[in-house]
Design a protein. Structure first.
Ligand code: GDP
Length: 195
């Protein structure tokens, strides 16, 4: 079993310029309710860590965590929440796009997709946007435990296809049932050059 990721909350930022200096960074994006907070908590084996990002006023911010000595992990605000006002949506896009395209130290974007319901139109748009900008990204499918075992092979093929990927390119996880978390932690360490 791999050690939990040592994530320590650093700061919340409204834009790229406010983020702390770093050597290497991994970002996580996904629509609201995809399971992002649960996954961040599970990677760190903590119950409360990503709640920091859910406190009122912080949901629309870039929440930055230290990982290891000199690397960082940024939890980006969830997109596509129906109750979000138009004004919030309009400020979200430039912030997140400015961050993702402007952060030189960004090594990988983890693009979360709900494994139970598959990629939404917004998820596909996000992947197209990441590809258009040549940003390194990995699709992480959440809630593996919610897919019946008899359906899994088919679902994995379909989800990958809709993301324009091969099934082996998608990292499947369950924060609830501890599936794929060791592998994802190892990948994060690899992306960040942490030993
Ligand atoms: P966020 O809005 O992306 O931060 O999503 P949350 O982490 O708050 O999760 C949204 C909902 O999905 C919550 O009801 C979680 O309990 C549930 N959820 C998240 N991860 C899993 C998982 O691995 N398995 C199951 N069964 N439910 C999950």
């Amino acid at each position: 079993m791999s050690a939990p990721l040592d994530l320590r909350f650093l700061t919340s930022a409204t834009r790229l310029a406010q983020l702390p200096e770093t050597r290497a960074e991994v970002a996580v994006v996904g629509r609201s309710n995809v399971g992002k907070s649960s996954l961040v908590n599970a990677l760190a084996r903590r119950k409360d860590l990503a709640h920091t990002s859910k406190t009122p006023g912080r949901t629309q911010l870039l929440n930055c965590f230290a990982v290891g000595e000199d690397a960082t992990f940024v939890d980006c605000p969830g997109y596509g929440y129906a109750a979000t006002s138009k004004a919030v949506r309009q400020s979200w896009q430039p912030m997140i796009e400015g961050y993702l395209t402007g952060r030189e130290e960004l090594r990988m974007v983890m693009a979360l997709v709900d494994g139970e319901i598959g990629p939404t139109k917004l998820d596909v748009q996000m992947l197209e946007w990441l590809r258009h900008h040549g940003l390194p990204h990995t699709v992480v499918a959440t809630k593996h435990d919610k897919v019946k075992s008899s359906q899994r092979q088919k679902r994995k093929r379909e989800l990958a296809e809709r993301c324009d990927l091969e099934p082996g390119d998608v990292v499947w996880v369950s924060a609830a049932k501890n599936v794929g978390l060791d592998r994802l932690r190892d990948l994060v360490r690899l992306w960040l050059d942490l030993t």
